[in-house]
Design a protein around this ligand. Structure first.
Ligand code: XMP
Length: 326
């Protein structure tokens, strides 16, 4: 399959069109892979999940998925991947809990780009190690989508963790959604029966919570980040905001502030709530969230999350602020 989307290729906007695409890709995958196998890094993001579901439909157990938990996933995220793909779709799934390994490599590292490089590099090594344990002829499955191809054409460095080295011994690539735009990938995911929690998921950076626990990552702040993020998601869900806001999350910076809890002076972390709306992530605006919702989230974070004494709402648009804090 060429890397150029034909100008007459119809945009996949309906389930009928998605089903036709799925049928065509299933046949192409079977023809390409024959009796060999495909190895796929499954992060649980929209793209890799849709590719996994397509490959399961096409070749079942000839697909081997590897889910690497780098310890920087959101609360419940790895569990959701295992539950869906292993539990419900009966996929071959290797789960690697590499939390300790990633966190020890990241210890005392505060520069954001160095953190990204360490997380990306370590991800490749873990994946490589898992692939070296396998015997047989393997293709490499990838959730490349059309914007990745356009962007890697020199305009913007693609900074996904999924960038795997070419020297691992694979007989070829299987990239069934590489000519699709994101909205089309979501329609295909829906047609494949994937749940909305996966198909309509907001973007989550490859380095995960690593860029939201600013500076040198520590386990206590990571824990505060994971818990506060889960509260934010739960409350936005209850308030019907999940589908209305493009991306939202919490940040735990590496500075403390003074507080008073049960009459005692504390010096604890702040939690910053970040919510943005955007079309293409190049610029972004901050939505006006109902004061009552923000107050409820604040109260829950302050009473339920250990080591936090202050909650802030980030009002800064992009530009000048980026969406992520690092
Ligand atoms: P910024 O912070 O640059 O983010 O305004 C724009 C969008 O990109 C996501 N982002 C990343 N995604 N790896 C990723 O896969 C990264 O290193 C990374 N950094 C930022 C960010 O979440 C937002 O959606």
């Amino acid at each position: 399959m060429s890397n150029v989307r034909p100008s007459n290729m119809q945009r996949i906007t309906t389930l009928e069109l998605a089903n036709a695409f799925i049928e065509e890709q299933v046949a192409l995958i079977r023809e390409q892979v024959k009796s060999d196998k495909v190895l796929l890094a499954l992060s649980g993001g929209v793209d890799s999940s849709v590719v996994a579901a397509l490959l399961i439909k096409a070749i079942g157990k000839q697909l081997v998925c590897v889910h690497v938990n780098h310890g920087l996933m959101r609360k419940g995220e790895s569990e959701a991947v295992i539950d869906l793909f292993q539990g419900q779709l009966d996929a071959n799934l290797i789960y690697v809990d590499a939390t300790d390994r990633f966190l020890s490599k990241l210890e005392n590292v505060s520069d954001p780009e160095t953190k990204r490089k360490i997380i990306g590099g370590e991800f490749v090594r873990v994946f490589e190690e898992e692939s070296n344990k396998l015997t047989g002829t393997y293709y490499l499955g990838q959730g490349t989508i059309y914007p990745d191809i356009i962007e890697s054409d020199g305009v913007k460095a693609h900074h996904n963790v999924g960038g795997l080295p070419e020297d691992i011994r694979f007989v070829g690539l299987v990239e069934p959604i590489k000519l699709l735009y994101k909205d089309e990938v979501r329609v295909v995911g829906r047609a494949l029966g994937l749940p909305s929690s996966m198909v309509d998921r907001q973007p989550f950076p490859g380095p995960g919570l690593g860029v939201r626990c600013t500076g040198a990552i520590t386990r206590d702040r990571l824990q505060a980040l994971r818990e506060s993020d889960a509260i934010l998601r739960e409350e936005f869900d209850k308030a019907g905001l999940t589908s209305k806001i493009w991306q939202f999350f919490t940040v735990v910076p590496d500075f403390r502030s003074t507080g008073v809890i049960n009459g005692k002076r504390v010096f604890d972390w702040p939690v910053i709530i970040r919510a943005v709306n955007t079309v293409d992530a190049m610029s972004a605006t901050v939505p006006e969230i109902d004061w009552a919702i923000l107050k409820k989230i604040t109260n829950r974070i302050l009473s339920e999350v250990k080591g936090v004494c202050r909650v802030l709402y980030d009002l800064s648009p992009k530009a000048p602020a980026t969406i992520e804090w690092e």
